[in-house]
Design a protein around this ligand. Structure first.
Ligand code: IYR
Length: 222
């Protein structure tokens, strides 16, 4: 039984078919221009743009509307540097043996290594945390549902919003990344989900020569 009174879907306005076609094609072309960037400029980014992108992320569909996420936006150079040192320590262990050879072979086309200068250079690092459960004002535990799915969707919206705003990002996943809880002082019910590096690309930035699978390979219509 519902305990709240539904309201009209006043946000929805049907578009003419030709406009839907145009908008969907334009959007997919815009998204095709998104690239994960590893060479960032140190140019500052206006904080209000990051705030707008985070508001977009916060609209993501999620389990029982518990919104099981928290975003820590790191602009402080000292904190960024501490994150870099901790991440590079994990990455060195990863590249020097923790990663199976098969994984390293899969990464070879990307040209990645344990050096993560972008963690110092980029103006913002957004640490995304997934809340395994919530905590009420009286300390009681609030159950969260589909946490990984929910935070994954919110992260996708955030990456899309950042791209749409005209900025570049990198999804960075040092593993394990528990150090983010210590450095950013987050509670134990929050697990680091990923670290999003955000800024302008460096002048002359390069990216790996990789392509996306065509529609026929990623989708089946029955
Ligand atoms: N976390 C490492 C390794 C890495 C893993 C995957 I999967 C990538 O798509 C890219 C990198 C790193 O950031 O270098």
């Amino acid at each position: 039984m519902s305990t709240s009174i539904p309201v009209p879907l006043s946000q929805y306005h049907e578009l003419p078919l030709d406009e839907m076609r145009r908008r969907s094609a334009e959007f997919s072309a815009e998204m095709a221009n998104r690239r994960s960037v590893r060479m960032f400029s140190d140019r500052p980014v206006a904080r209000d743009i990051i705030e707008a992108c985070l508001r977009a992320a916060g609209t993501a569909p999620n389990g029982a509307n518990k919104q099981p996420w928290h975003f820590v936006v790191v602009g402080d150079p000292d904190v960024k540097h501490r994150i870099r040192l901790a991440a590079e320590e994990e990455e060195r262990a990863f590249y020097a043996g923790r990663a199976p050879q098969e994984w390293l072979t899969a990464l070879a086309p990307l040209g990645t290594d344990a050096e993560k200068p972008f963690l110092d250079v980029a103006p913002y690092l957004i640490a995304i945390f997934a809340q395994s459960h919530g905590v009420a004002a009286d300390g009681a535990t609030i159950k969260h549902y589909y946490v990984q799915e929910s935070v994954g969707i919110a992260t996708g919206v955030l990456i899309t919003a950042i791209h749409h705003a005209g900025l570049a990002s990198l999804t960075h996943t040092p593993s394990p990344m528990n150090f983010l809880n210590q450095i950013l002082n987050r509670p134990p019910n929050e697990r680091p989900f990923l670290l999003l590096v955000v800024g302008y690309p460096a002048v002359g930035a390069t990216v790996p020569a990789i392509t996306k699978k065509p529609l026929e390979e990623i989708a089946t219509f029955i």
